[in-house]
Each structure stands twice: as C-alpha cells, then as structure tokens.
Design a protein around this ligand. Sequence first.
Ligand SMILES: *Cc1c(COP(=O)(O)O)cnc(C)c1O
Length: 448
Amino acid sequence: MTLNNIEQWTQKYPLLKNIIQLNPITWINPSRKKMNEVNSLPLSYKDILQVEKLWERFAPYLVKVFPELKSSNGFIESPLRSIENLKLKLNEYFDNEVQGKLFLKCDNELPIAGSIKARGGFYEVLYYAEQLALKNDILKDDDNYEIFATEKFKQFFQQYSIGVGSTGNLGLSIGIISAQLGFKVSVYMSADAKQWKKDLLRSKGVIVHEFDGDFSEAITKGREATKANPKGYFVDDENSKYLFLGYSLAALRLKKQLEEQNIFIDKEHPLFVYSPCGVGGSAGGIAFGLRQVFGDSAHSFFVEPIHSPSVLIGLITGENEKICVQDLGIDNKTEADGLAVGRPSAFATAISNLLISGIYTIEDEGLYRLLYLLGKTESILVEPSATAGLIGAYRINKTNYISENNINPSLITHIAWATGGDLVPKDDMEEFYFKGKELYFETLDAME
Ligand SMILES: *Cc1c(COP(=O)(O)O)cnc(C)c1O
C-alpha cells in the first residue's frame, strides 16, 4: 500500500496529525504479542548465548590492547545505578508519583567507546574479524585470542576495509575497534556529527568522510563506496543483524545485575525499560533480549525526538523502513545526535513491532532539563540523547497501560537506559548542563 500524500496518511492514522505537528505523544503498540504467540523471529535465545561466547573468546585480546579493561577481565559492561534522588525530584516536578524503583543503566560509562554502540559495533567487527581469520586459516578453534594483537594479524587485516555511516557514536565504536585490529576503516559522517568525534577518529587513523546531508545519505554513500571494494565490509545500521545481536546480550547481563540487587523479575514484579531510539537497533536488540530473558514480564518502551520519530511512524503505518519522517514533512533536526534518524532499521523494526510495548516522543528542551536534573541530583553526566528514557515511567503512568495489564505500580522496576556520554569533551558537557539548568528554571518560572 502506498498513500502518496500526507493528508491520506493522517486520515488513515489520525495520531500522525499530532506527530506531524510536533506534539510530544505516547503511543501504546497494539501489535505487541505474548511470547507464546510469537513464532517467527529470525533470532533466538541461543543466538544471544553465542554472542556471549564470542566476547569470552575475545576477552584476552581486549585486555591486552585496552589496558582499562584489566579490572573487568576484558568484559565491556556498564553499571546499573539506583537513581532514587532523581525520582523524588521528578515526582515533584511532574506532580505525578512513580512508585516502583527507578534505575539508570549506565551505558554512558561503557569502556572504550563511551556509548551503547560499544555493544553492537564491537560485536559486529569482532565477529567479522574472527570469520576472516578462520576462513583464511590463521586462527584455530583453540587458539588464545591474544594473537589478534600480533603484527601478523594486523597486517592480515590491513588488506580489508570496513565502512560505516554514522551520526557519530557508531562511527566512534566501529572506528576504534577496527583500527585497533588493523583494518582500513572509513567513517561516513552526517552533517550533524560533532567536530570532536571526527577529530578523535582521525587521531586513531580512521578516514573520516563528511557529508552535508543527514544520516540516511551518509549511510547510502558509505554503502556504495565500501561495497565497490571486493575486500570491503559495510556495517549497515539500517539493516544489521549483527549490531542487533550485539545489543541483545545486554539483557542477559542485566538479569545478573538485577539479581545482585535482589530484584527478581516475574509477572507480578515486571520490568519496564525506556530506551532512546535512533534507527531502533540498540533499542530493538535490547528489547528482543529482554523478552527472551524475562518473557512477557519485560515491557520495553522506545523514546524518540519529536523531530525524528522514525520507528514510531514506521510502526504506526506498518510501513517500517519504507517510510521516513521527511515523507510526512518532518525535518529530522534534533540536537540529540544519536537519535537524529529519519528512517528506521528494516531488520530491527520488524522484530520490535511484535515485542515492544510502546513509544513516546520528547522535545529537545526536555532532554537538556533532564540532563541538568540528573547531574544535580545524582552527579551523573550523560549526553542529551541519553536522558530521554528518564521520563518514561512518568509518561506510561499517565496512560492506561499499567492498569490494563493488571500491574501493581509499586512493584515495577523501571530502568532508563543512558546510552552515551563519557567521551563528550568537558567543555561541551558543561555547556549542556548550564543550558539545561537555564531551561529548567525557565519552566519553573512558567509554572508559578
Ligand atoms: C545510537 C544511539 C542511540 C540509538 O541507537 P539506535 O540503534 O540508533 O536506535 C541512542 N543513544 C545514543 C547516545 C546513541 O549514540
């Protein structure tokens, strides 16, 4: 089905009118299935276990080349932090009481790449490197993977090129790990990518190509250029199964972290997770993992900027990656750089359609206010995109979702996924913080 003009779309799906007018909205997904009704996923729980095995094989290599991973024995993981101080502040600010527990999953602290992209991006490159090494008989099953750090391996990977299109963070993750392994790596950056990210990549020997257009254009150009080379491999954020799988492992790890805090998820004690969403790969991979690990007791919500609701319009219309925000006259201009995505991932969105609970949208100003409040109450600084999940519990509180699912609100564990921040230069972070502070006090004035 193709509806050619915006009016026809809004007639068919009236909620789109609100979205096109850039009003923040909360949407509950009518297509969410119970796990026993889902019978056609392209991936399974076993695949997540395979991801974990790969990370275990590479752990000795990772410790060797990234000394900061010594204390975690080569594992790349982030802490789960209670943010009850922020919760009390937000309860007051929104005049709306969230009763369950509120945590922050601190992927802003993920080592090396400083964002959630370390999960998917590192996994896809390590998987590819392992495949190449096995196929070319320079690696045997029982080898210690420290040999990936040898000159022989680096020279071997020099023949191969890796390309990726990025608004910034994916480029950082793919660029850093690929260059470390010895690959020739090119990052195709959209116009909104920050200068410091380009500088950092160039300092690591990564070739950075800059484009005037948005993320989809950067991807298209990067895909063409990379695939023109027979020894080129393109990490395709618009359709990657491997990125998705890399993200999904977070769910297994999260289960252990919750248990360490004496939290056991079941039907009566459900888990609500709020994930900032760009193409929907990280958010979708984690949602997939959570449903595999916790079944129907995991409730995943995505959050997108009002100017970039790409997964939202894909799911509402059922068109998935065949529709982009520009088709509806929405400009895809947001300061939440990891989320400035006009067209959703084909691979991830088809799965998310069956598994997620809903999506809400947020204004850029709201992101800065949350950035300030999180810094003020919990001394945690993240990038603007990474704050978007913090109001999830409040948004869902205002819908019928909790009562319709017969959930006792005081038994919910809410997790806002903080997706990036640690590599942001100090001056930029200070600017974000003070901007958020200003906006916060402006709204307080407006409330009086
Ligand atoms: C990439 C990114 C996201 C969203 O991930 P997608 O896979 O694009 O949905 C969220 N936050 C930050 C900071 C990111 O860099």
